[in-house]
Design a protein around this ligand. Sequence first.
Ligand code: ADP
Length: 362
Amino acid sequence: MSSHIEKNNKALLRLIGELQDYAIILLDTEGIIQNWNLGAQRIKGYAADEIVGKHFRIFYTLEDQQAGTPENLLKKAAETGKAVDEGRRVRKDGSTFWGSITITSIRDEAGELIGFGKVTHDLTDKKKAQRTQALEMRNLELEQFNYIASHDLQEPLRTVLNYIQVIKEDHAHQLDDAMNDYLEKIESSSNRMRTLIRSLLDYSRLGKQSELSKVDTRNLVKEVLEDMSAAIHMTKATILVNNLPTLEGLATELRQLFQNLISNGIKFAKQNVAPVIKIDCHVEDPGWRFTISDNGIGIDAKHASRIFHIFERVETGLKHDGHGIGLANCKKIVELHEGRIWVDSNLGDGSNFHFTISNKLL
Ligand code: ADP
């Protein structure tokens, strides 16, 4: 009988050892790796002799390590019997995969904790498939929208603008002052409409043609500031940049995000007060929280969420030429990075724009 159980146990161990889609490992009470199966090798890239004896913290991103995620999971498993997590994990070569992780506490007959069992399922393919499907749906909607915006709206507008030109060029002598005035108004409204349609198109295209890549945000901000050097010089703005991270994101869109927020900080300065803009970043699970603060005119709390809506502007008493799409673009860009954006500000007291970027993008 006992040899029957032993045989079954051996078969079970062999099965676990050969499972390819699951990394199944044993940890001691401190989290030190005790064994290694084929699945662990396939998913994480280490051979058994390279990894047995190391702490399982090695599979976690730097941010997760700093946040104490591996230790917290062990603590939870020790206290409740089981800890479940899903997130990005690091392979031997530094690349990452998306894993679903279950850690179970193992106790001896006396109930004493003797270690943990850890099962990791590689969900990268599943997650990629979900993402692709969501992207395909969104792209389809965007294509329909782009078609409508570019053909159905732009075409009649082009006709209106053409006829205005014809009237101005061929019938100028028939126009009195009042008619000239009306014509100017029609022309400037039509031009404004053209700008709005174009910005809608730009909005709809955000994220459409981009691929995730490693983005050094410190460098990116440096380049944005170089592009803005004329405005910075003219307004005598001071820009203070703190430590900024390298992250995985959409480079062109992130550049636009920083560009919009920094230029708003300059644009909405108090009269006769040189703008001071601070750019800062903190690690915040699951990623980072950036803050761009200014010493400008501030925003009344009652407008704090509406300014992120498309074409929404607030009467500021300042003359500026925006049309209320900058922050809507920022919101969409942040959401493409699975983050959120918000402002804390008081009228007359400067503004702090915060946004988060997730490090769990694939
Ligand atoms: P625009 O600049 O074209 O008006 P935005 O979408 O960039 O559009 O901003 C929307 C509104 O939010 C602005 O009209 C302004 O009232 C307010 N706003 C944005 N940034 C700031 C800021 N840094 N300080 C004060 N108000 C701001």
